[in-house]
Design a protein around this ligand. Structure first.
Ligand SMILES: Cc1cc2nc3c(=O)[nH]c(=O)nc-3n(C[C@H](O)[C@H](O)[C@H](O)COP(=O)(O)OP(=O)(O)OC[C@H]3O[C@@H](n4cnc5c(N)ncnc54)[C@H](O)[C@@H]3O)c2cc1C
Length: 389
């Protein structure tokens, strides 16, 4: 087989890149390790920045999102029983869109099918070769056969555990990492959301987040120990703990019900430099991870796709390779700023096991400053709605 861009990973980064390339007349083949049903069942992100919303439109897959997504003009921050609002619209003139990652992925799969795009599922042993030459190729096992895909470029969109990043020689790769001493226990339930906007809560019992997918589907999280397992938490235990961590008026309104999904995610900040090696370009979780506080994971994946798509478009249409040459530098400049925001917001809202009395006072002072200071709110709102590409 031959294509112009071989894309490893059929998550949101790989599919969005493939669909955008198609819109520009550039061929790609997506190689995905899992089945489509498995990819579509992963409950993950749900808050889209304007940049990602625009990219969905550019890829021709924005219609259902516009109909079914929810525009959020602000968010609520709670500190114990006290609550204040960050008004994105007033502070930045922009907003975010609540629309699940599962729906983004579903729309992209449908668009790829409609365009006759090639997405090969259940590929095993995917391995890029000759990335430092002008003729790279990827081998993989599918349907019991070893296949070879020749290409001009390889996009590594295969998430944190994927093989692409490992292809950058260790001597040329630097990985920066911070692990947090807690995780998030998340519950999805077919209940109406407790509020029209997200509530991020700092309480003396730990962090909580009230989020949603639509009018009858809610996503709630509580900070938990890394040693916890979802089986340790019955639904009743989860709801009781959540109610203790959010303001009383919200707890009184909370509608509870059976969980339809329950999982624990550890929190990590991670960046790999560089994001390009020879003809390999990393996108999304393959190159960086943020803690989910502030909902930046999927959105940073989208900004990489934007830079890589435009670089490839200029290469194929204008024979201009400057965007490809500068891809790593350009993408990383935005990623580090987003890493900063996610780290800052996580530090502000969680309780840390080793937090001293002074640390706690600093956190409280920072929350009070944010509540009272419009400039601080504006800085937060600009990062939350998404820094410009
Ligand atoms: C549990 C969890 C909860 C999250 N919650 C949020 C949230 O609330 N808000 C937020 O903004 N972000 C969240 N994120 C982050 C967000 O989901 C990711 O940033 C986003 O999925 C990144 O997209 P991606 O396409 O780069 O990577 P992925 O979604 O990881 O996709 C990578 C794809 O590559 C495939 N792959 C892996 N290895 C191979 C291989 N060897 N061969 C072929 N294919 C391979 C995988 O199967 C997968 O389909 C969460 C992530 C996790 C894990």
């Amino acid at each position: 087989m031959r294509t112009q861009v071989a894309i490893i990973g059929g998550g949101p980064s790989g599919l969005l890149l493939s669909q955008l390339l198609h819109s520009a007349g550039i061929e790609s083949v997506v190689l995905e390790r899992r089945s489509r049903d498995y990819v579509l069942s992963r409950i993950r992100a749900g808050v889209l920045e304007t940049g990602l919303v625009d990219l969905m439109h550019e890829a021709g897959v924005g219609d259902r999102m516009e109909r079914e997504g929810f525009v959020h003009d602000g968010t609520l921050l709670a500190n114990g029983n006290e609550q204040f609002r960050i008004d994105f619209k007033a502070l930045t003139g922009r907003h975010v869109m609540v629309y699940g990652q599962t729906e983004v992925t579903r729309d992209l799969y449908e668009a790829r099918d409609a365009a006759g795009g090639t997405v090969i599922h259940e590929c095993r042993g995917v391995k890029p070769h000759d990335l430092d030459t002008a003729a790279p190729f990827v081998t993989f096992l599918h349907d019991g056969k070893v296949n070879r895909l020749d290409c001009d470029f390889v996009a590594g969109c295969d998430g944190y555990h994927g093989p692409s990043r490992q292809e950058i020689p260790t001597a040329e790769r630097t990985e920066y990492e911070k692990t947090y001493p807690f995780g998030w226990l998340g519950v999805l339930s077919e209940t109406p959301p407790v509020a029209d906007e997200l509530i991020y809560a700092n309480s003396e019992r730990g962090f909580a987040l009230c989020s949603m997918r639509n009018d009858s589907l809610s996503r709630y999280y509580i900070q938990c120990d890394l040693s916890d397992s979802p089986d340790d938490w019955t639904d009743d235990m989860f709801w009781d703990e959540l109610k203790r961590r959010i303001p009383e008026e919200a707890a009184d309104r909370l509608v509870t019900g059976p969980s339809i999904e329950k999982s624990i995610a550890p929190l990590r900040s991670f960046v790999c430099e560089p994001m390009r090696w020879g003809r390999l370009f990393l996108c999304g979780d393959a190159a960086h991870i943020v803690p989910p506080t502030g909902a930046k994971g999927l959105n940073t994946a989208a900004s990489d796709v934007h830079y890589l798509f435009n670089a490839l478009r200029h290469f194929y249409h204008d024979r201009d390779d400057e965007g490809l040459e500068k891809y790593s530098e350009t993408a990383l400049a935005r990623i580090w700023k987003t890493e900063r925001f996610s780290w800052w917001f996580s530090s502000l809202m969680h309780r840390y096991p080793d937090q001293s009395g002074f640390d706690l006072r600093m956190q409280q002072a920072e929350l009070a400053f944010l509540r009272d200071n419009e400039a601080a709110q504006k800085a937060m709102a600009e990062s939350y709605v998404g820094l410009p590409y």
